[in-house]
Design a protein around this ligand. Structure first.
Ligand SMILES: NC(=O)c1ccc[n+]([C@@H]2O[C@H](COP(=O)([O-])OP(=O)(O)OC[C@H]3O[C@@H](n4cnc5c(N)ncnc54)[C@H](OP(=O)(O)O)[C@@H]3O)[C@@H](O)[C@H]2O)c1
Length: 261
């Protein structure tokens, strides 16, 4: 029989330290696509154009834990540009936990872009792990050649990046456990092709209104993929919600990518 489960008040327990948090977010072995996003209580995915205003110290810790467990951080070029993305450095993660799991010291970053309008001299291309660029033929030969000088480039589509092909390209590089950090357009495309296994959503206890995007944007997903909650954690009013794809929910909700060709 179904029952409403009481998640709060919390059962008596000590707070979760880094090791317990790493264990709490463990994933099944093999290919896995997990997204990590933050939203205000009224659904805003940005505050003044970035996600930083929604993310407090606890969210940053969870962000770090999720990166520690990933082979690759998948990010859309819009987010890389807006947030000034840089390659992950060992001091930002848990190198000991990664070594124990047989992973290199940091996760690589994989940037999804159609236009390939990226600053190739930026810190995004200066990490211990070579950055992967997932792009399409429409980027043009000149930009592709320039990107190949600083990154591992995979051309996965003609006019847009084909997300399943992009995930296969990552897998071919031994990058099975994908952590998608958005943004909302890319996450919509990942969900649309039925490849989103897990969503870690931080609800930040603030109200924003305004015209900010939600955590997914683009054409409606039809039918809407359903997810089931697998854990709820809390610190300082931040709720850390972890959802996984409902059994049998891997059929694509929609096939078209949100990025215009
Ligand atoms: N709340 C959160 O957790 C969170 C997380 C991440 C980002 N954000 C915020 O979201 C905003 C950015 O939103 P966004 O929707 O523009 O971000 P996005 O999804 O990161 O970037 C969109 C861009 O990514 C590329 N792209 C995505 N999917 C593609 C596909 N299938 N094929 C080809 N290219 C693809 C395109 O890049 P090109 O233009 O280079 O072709 C597209 O313009 C920022 O304000 C950021 O701060 C919030």
């Amino acid at each position: 029989m179904r029952r409403v489960r009481r998640l709060l008040p919390l059962p008596a327990q000590d707070g979760l330290g880094p090791d317990a948090l790493l264990a709490a977010y463990a994933c099944p072995p093999g290919p896995w696509v997990r997204a990590n996003m933050v939203a205000s209580l009224d659904g805003a995915a940005t505050a003044d154009g970035r996600s930083g205003g929604l993310s407090g110290p606890a969210d940053k810790r969870v962000f770090r834990v999720l990166r520690a467990l990933a082979d690759v951080v998948l990010v859309g070029a819009g987010t890389a540009r807006a947030e000034g993305y840089a390659a992950v450095q060992p001091h930002e993660t848990y190198p000991e936990a990664r070594a124990a799991a047989g992973r290199p010291p940091t996760a690589a970053i994989a940037v999804v872009t159609r236009r390939l309008d990226l600053d190739l001299s930026s810190g995004l291309f200066a990490g211990p792990a070579r950055t992967v660029v997932l792009t399409c033929a429409a980027a043009g030969q000149d930009r592709l050649a320039a990107a190949r000088a600083v990154a591992d480039v995979a051309v996965v589509g003609e006019t847009t990046v084909d997300v399943p092909e992009a995930l296969s390209a990552l897998r071919a590089r031994g990058l099975d456990h994908v952590l998608c950090e958005g943004g909302p357009s890319l996450l919509r495309d990942v969900a649309a092709c039925g490849r989103l296994d897990e969503l870690c959503l931080t609800l930040s206890p603030q109200l924003r209104a305004g015209g900010a995007a939600r955590v997914l944007v683009g054409p409606a997903l039809e039918p809407p993929p359903r997810m089931v909650v697998v854990s709820v954690l809390e610190e300082d009013g931040d709720l850390f919600l972890r959802f996984q794809a409902a059994p049998g929910a891997s059929e694509p909700g929609s096939t078209g990518p949100s990025v215009a060709g």
